[in-house]
Design a protein around this ligand. Structure first.
Ligand code: OSB
Ligand code: MG
Length: 367
């Protein structure tokens, strides 16, 4: 397939409720969409970079610039491209994995659509629906947190994940455990703790958590190893895992016994498949993380989460957990599960009328 042009769109979508993590509060999603126009047809993808560089070093304005100035031109120069070619063609750019992932996914959408093949088929998915969890932000009080969690339990979510930070951990976890009984529960610290907190974090063991996600900074594998030795709760890495090589290294060093796979963070769905396979070979369970995606990114995540190694519920929540109206047909929870799209490519159609209506700037055409 030869790519004729790459169009970059920016839209703003208000969240149905503010989402607070240890790194800040978001009230809207500033989304960068990538549309690839090729001889064989077009493809869409969403870049998961956040508005500010506070989850990782990437942020939407930087992703936009690197796509426009480096990544899209590299693919446009190449002649015939397959999704597998995007990573080698853009390897000369260091990092910027979320931007690279968006371009690769748009090419993958175009090529699989043209071939009449779904992402699920292309990825080797084996399930037709996936178990869903929900990530719950830091609340302003315990009663408010419990009210939010109760709503998700009523909606049918199969696992609750609480965002924690120093000063918001044992008390909310105890209250939620009390409310939800045996329902699977896990916590995510987004790097908010240090080695001095190891004894404190051990107190989480009494709540029977599925896992504790990314307590320490992303480069600090050694402190995760120390915690994993000290605690019964499984340690799970998110921010640290930026490639398959890093995943294997962290597993071999016993820093992590579960892995959160986010395609954007690791440079794309093809790298995600490699991580899935490596984890499966080593009996390490994986689950699909989320970055508050619209239906565009969610469709691909749900297809990924349908692979056999994804044995834990993902942060693949329904559209209405995030947005009043989604950019695609909404993903709707059915008994705590989402259905894996079966149509060609991502299997969802971008509502271009909404892309226009929600645009925060004019689309940029790179050719
Ligand atoms: O750490 O998993 C995270 C959202 C934005 C950035 C980082 C994270 C998250 C979430 C929400 O936890 C996952 C989702 O529901 O999409
Ligand atoms: Mg996380």
């Amino acid at each position: 397939m030869s790519v004729d042009a790459v169009e970059l769109h920016r839209i703003a979508m208000p969240l149905v409720r503010p989402f607070q993590t240890s790194f800040g509060t978001q009230t809207a999603r500033d989304v960068l969409l990538v549309r690839v126009m090729a001889d064989a047809g077009e493809g869409w993808a969403e870049c998961v970079a956040m508005e500010h560089p506070v989850y990782s070093s990437e942020y939407v304005e930087g992703a936009h610039a690197v796509l426009r100035d480096y990544l899209a031109p590299a693919v446009l120069r190449a002649g015939a491209v397959r999704a597998e070619d995007v990573a080698p063609l853009t390897r000369f750019v260091i990092g910027h994995r979320m931007a690279k992932a968006a371009l690769e996914t748009a090419v993958l959408d175009a090529t699989t659509r043209a071939a009449g093949m779904s992402f699920a088929q292309r990825f080797g998915a084996t399930a037709s629906e996936v178990d869903c969890g929900v990530s719950v932000g830091i609340a302003s009080s315990i009663p408010e947190l419990l009210e939010e969690v109760a709503g998700y339990v009523d909606a049918g979510y199969r696992r609750i994940k609480l965002k924690v930070k120093p000063g918001w951990d044992l008390e909310p976890v105890a209250a939620v455990r009390d409310l939800i009984g045996e329902l699977p529960l896990q916590v995510d610290a987004n790097t908010a703790y240090t080695a001095d907190d190891i004894d404190h974090l051990r107190e989480l063991d009494r709540f029977g958590l599925l896992l504790i996600e990314q307590p320490f900074v992303e480069e600090d594998i050694a402190t995760h190893v120390r915690l994993a030795r000290a605690i019964d709760t499984p340690v799970c890495l998110d921010e640290s895992i930026v490639s398959c090589e890093v995943a294997i290294d962290a597993i071999e060093r016993d820093a992590t016994s579960v892995i959160n796979i986010k395609a954007g963070r690791v440079g794309g769905y093809l790298e995600s498949l490699r991580i899935h396979d490596a984890c499966r070979d080593r009996d390490v369970p994986v689950w699909c993380g989320g970055m508050l995606e619209t239906g565009v990114g969610r469709a691909a995540n749900v297809a990924l989460a349908a692979l056999p190694g994804f044995t834990l519920p993902g942060d693949t929540s329904a559209s209405d957990r995030y947005f009043a109206e989604d950019l695609t047909e909404p993903f709707v929870l059915d008994e705590g599960r989402l259905t894996v799209p079966t149509g060609p490519g991502s299997g969802v159609d971008v509502r271009t009328d909404l892309v226009r209506a929600w645009a925060t700037r004019s689309p940029e055409l790179v050719r």
